[in-house]
Design a protein around this ligand. Structure first.
Ligand SMILES: Nc1ncnc2c1ncn2[C@@H]1O[C@H](COP(=O)(O)OP(=O)(O)OP(=O)(O)O)[C@@H](O)[C@H]1O
Ligand SMILES: [Mg+2]
Length: 437
């Protein structure tokens, strides 16, 4: 049956939005192979295998794709890995007999697979579990809305580097929360939330979660752009439900991710519907009021200039905190985090961190994956597994450029020309220090 290109296009978008969803990626790879694009199928399989070297379905499909792409040596390599892992097990799909490789290309088995380091340990999934899903059934049946809260295990001690951001977070937010007596003494109210802003992938969500952990509070994260459409029409009830959930679970940090979606989408959709959502959110924020309810509001955005101005008024999201690209200690920690559970040999992460200025957390994750991919490719080509080494990182580094620069190019204009009330003073200071002004 011919493959509908629009299905492939839709799946490609899905995979871009949810890059770690290996089941979705595998499905896309299968369709690409059927649609006569084995090289693309193969690159998706390789991406899955970097995360899950023992994913037998991906190995099997990789072997088929490599074969179809005419890369017999690679096909043989994947096939051997697949066989070494026990071939078609209980939960893998039935495997067709792969074509026999030509005799001269057959490789010795992978003796090192069972050796000192294991290729079988998939790294833990990146901490993307922060998204709270609306409802169990997307049909949105009445009363079916379940807001999940989590108990964060991370605290600020897990946030490497970023001393200035941590200091400000402490002064503006944490210290008054933690010290009720001091608060009383100085008459400081608990009203109002904190807006984290900065370039994408630099730790806003991570720091929000760590803030909850620091307060010993539960954490509810709401990805606004994902759920906004579902809110239309029933925004009042859903938003109220979210705040009620937070009250029931207090102390609780309510984290509104992509808060700019409210401002941006409002102009794109029916004015009144969008207004409803914003008004309801304002009402809920105001209802938290000065009462010591133990519900703390954090929000994050990459586009603070798109955030509805009404949300920025005193008592609402009235404080801002700039989250800059990770500094050297933070970069080293992020690299180490993504490298854990992978076979690494002689890599000095601090030295690598020093060479990756401007890289976001996401860029650094990509760097580790690319290095792993290079090591794996070579392992497969030569038929025996070897660890990831510094030259792999150096090669990968040539391909990957920091992604935060375009954000600063945009942000500069707002910092220069729309700095009302000095909201972007921190950003201006940073731009000046970096000679980006
Ligand atoms: N200082 C840090 N120490 C350790 N890990 C970090 C640090 N900063 C960021 N990370 C890691 O970097 C990754 C990206 O961070 P995060 O998802 O929080 O960024 P973000 O600013 O919320 O991105 P986006 O704008 O895409 O929502 C996460 O996996 C996080 O674990
Ligand atoms: Mg985030």
């Amino acid at each position: 049956m011919p493959i509908d290109p629009s299905v492939i296009a839709a799946l490609t978008v899905g995979v871009e939005r949810d890059p770690d969803n290996s089941a979705l990626r595998l499905h896309l790879a299968q369709l690409l192979l059927q649609a006569g694009q084995p090289a693309d199928a193969l690159s998706h399989c390789a991406r899955i295998l970097v995360q899950q070297p023992d994913n037998r379905d991906a190995l099997h499909l990789a072997a088929e794709s490599a074969q179809a792409a005419g890369d017999i040596a690679r096909a043989v390599g994947y096939r051997r890995l697949y066989d070494a892992l026990g071939g078609g097990g209980d939960n893998s799909q039935p495997v067709e007999e792969a074509p026999r490789p030509p005799a001269d290309l057959s490789l010795p088995p992978f003796p090192e697979l069972a050796g000192d380091f294991s290729l079988n340990d998939a790294p833990p999934p990146p901490d993307e579990s922060d998204r709270v899903r609306i409802g169990r059934g997307r049909g949105g049946a009445e009363g079916d809305t379940a807001w999940e809260t989590e108990e964060p295990k991370v605290t600020l001690a897990d946030v490497a580097g970023m001393d200035e951001a941590k200091r400000r977070l402490n002064v503006a937010f944490l210290a008054p929360m933690k010290n009720p007596d001091m608060r009383k003494l100085y008459g400081k109210s608990l009203r109002g939330g904190l807006l984290l802003y900065g370039p994408p992938g630099c730790g806003k969500t991570f720091i929000a979660r760590a803030t909850a952990g620091e307060l010993g509070a539960r954490f509810v994260s709401i990805g606004l752009s994902d759920v906004l459409d579902m809110w239309l029409g029933q925004s009042e009830r859903n938003l109220h439900e979210i705040f009620e959930t937070a009250r029931r679970n207090r102390p609780c940090v309510l984290f509104f991710d992509e808060i700019d979606a409210l401002g941006r989408k409002r102009s794109l959709m029916r004015e009144s519907a969008g207004r409803d959502v914003v008004n309801q959110l304002l009402a809920e924020l105001d209802s938290l009021g000065g009462s010591n309810e133990g519900v703390f509001v954090l929000a994050a955005t990459n586009h603070p200039w798109d955030v509805d101005t009404a949300l920025r008024r005193p008592g609402r999201l009235d404080r801002t905190l700039l989250i800059l690209p990770p500094d050297i200690p933070a970069r080293a920690a992020i690299l180490r985090y993504h490298a854990q559970d992978r076979p690494i040999e002689n890599v000095d992460f601090m030295a690598l961190a020093a060479k990756t200025g401007g890289f976001s957390g996401a860029d650094l994750a990509h760097l580790v994956e690319s290095a792993a991919e290079l090591a794996m490719e070579e392992s497969i080509a030569r038929g025996s597994a070897r660890p990831i080494r510094l030259p792999d990182f150096q090669r990968a580094l040539k391909e990957i450029k920091p992604s935060t620069r375009p954000w600063f190019d945009t942000a500069r204009n707002y910092a220069l020309f729309a700095n009302e009330g000095g909201v972007y003073d921190d950003l201006l200071t940073y731009l000046r220090n970096q000679r980006l002004l």
